[in-house]
Write a protein that binds this ligand. Structure first.
Ligand SMILES: C[S@@+](CC[C@H](N)C(=O)[O-])C[C@H]1O[C@@H](n2cnc3c(N)ncnc32)[C@H](O)[C@@H]1O
Length: 325
């Protein structure tokens, strides 16, 4: 089916499982492995996601155990590879885990990376890290009581691609210059020549490029003093998703790796932050989650989105309440 609702039209249909849609995207409830079977090869510009982790303590939404995890994920990843365009990107935010009962770390996220590259033929375009300074210390036994481990506050983000030239433009994600760099740009005074590191500082070092090139470390505390999504869930008695990533993660990769009008999939959408950021940035989006409850809350992120339609019966009017203007 070709939807005719404007920029959000897809030239494929993945079934009647959508809970809500806008002019730019659709949120579907169901197992993403089956839903992806209806999407034609090479349809997507990017897949940006945070899958369930292989956590020691199972979360409410059912994580795989460490041993099962990699095999489980590879089935999805084969579909991801089929669905991505040749210049498309796969971005996976994946947290670490402790082994059960001992102060040793699992290497499952590294194992997964190796298998994605060696067995499925993805290339690692770049490894990124998310530092969450607000992360609480744990497991208590090793970190707070015995004091033999420290707080784990960094998670991995694997940026994978099908070819060595995925679409990417770091000018879209420049950081504000530091005060010292700004002073240098204003004065034009700096030491030219070779640094001990081998870098050659030339004449263009003092050129204002509109911002600094960002590093592969995203530093953001996963706390929000006021979050309209949480507020919406609470007002309507809906579950707030327990494992959301911060807005800065999808925002960075959507700007960096896609252009307006591109199509982005989040196959483990949860509170559908990827879809919401894509919507704000004028990208088309497709979001899948097995939990209807999480998706019901996620509609709270789209109340102002042009063309919002909700599926009668699946999102009751009482859930939309008086929120829509
Ligand atoms: C870590 S959460 C994603 C959170 C999301 N990034 C956010 O910020 O809200 C992982 C999600 O994967 C969903 N999930 C697990 N298995 C799935 C499957 N087979 N198909 C679709 N969704 C699945 C869970 O319901 C959960 O919401």
């Amino acid at each position: 089916m070709v939807r005719s609702s404007g920029a959000g039209s897809y030239d494929f249909e993945i079934g009647r499982s959508w809970l809500y849609r806008t002019a730019l995207g659709e949120a579907h409830c169901g197992d993403s492995l089956s839903a992806m079977k209806s999407i034609p090869d090479g349809s997507l510009n990017a897949i940006i996601t945070s899958p369930p982790f292989a956590l020691l303590r199972k979360k409410a939404y059912g994580n795989q155990t460490e041993a099962e995890y990699v095999e489980w994920f590879l089935d999805f990843a084969r579909e991801f590879k089929r669905l991505l365009r040749d210049d498309g990107s796969l971005v996976i935010e994946i947290g670490g885990a402790w082994l059960p009962g001992k102060p040793m770390r699992s290497i499952y996220q590294f194992d997964l990376l190796v298998r994605l590259v060696r067995d499925l033929g993805f290339g690692l375009a770049e490894d990124f890290y998310w530092h969450n300074p607000a992360k609480l210390p744990g497991p208590a036994q090793w970190v707070n009581i015995e004091r033999t481990r420290v707080k784990d506050s960094v998670s991995n983000i694997w940026w994978l691609a099908k070819t060595s030239a995925p679409k990417a433009d770091n000018r879209q994600v420049l950081k504000t210059y530091s005060a010292s760099q700004r002073r240098l740009l204003e004065s034009g005074k700096y030491n030219k020549g070779q640094r001990p590191s081998g870098h050659n500082i030339g004449d263009k070092f003092a050129t204002d490029n509109g911002g600094a090139i960002p590093p592969n470390l995203i530093e953001v505390a996963n706390t929000r003093a006021f979050d309209p999504y949480q507020d919406y869930c609470r007002r309507h008695g809906l579950t707030v998703h327990p494992a959301r990533f911060p807005r800065e993660i999808p925002d960075f990769f959507i700007r960096f790796l896609t252009e307006p009008g591109d199509l982005i999939l989040d196959p483990f959408a949860g509170s559908n932050l990827t879809g919401a950021v894509a919507e704000t940035l004028g990208r088309r989006w497709l979001s899948l989650d097995v939990s209807q409850e999480y998706l019901q809350g996620s509609v709270g992120r789209f109340l102002e989105a042009p063309g919002l339609e909700t599926r009668p019966g699946l999102i009751p009017d009482s859930v939309l309440g008086g929120d829509r203007t």
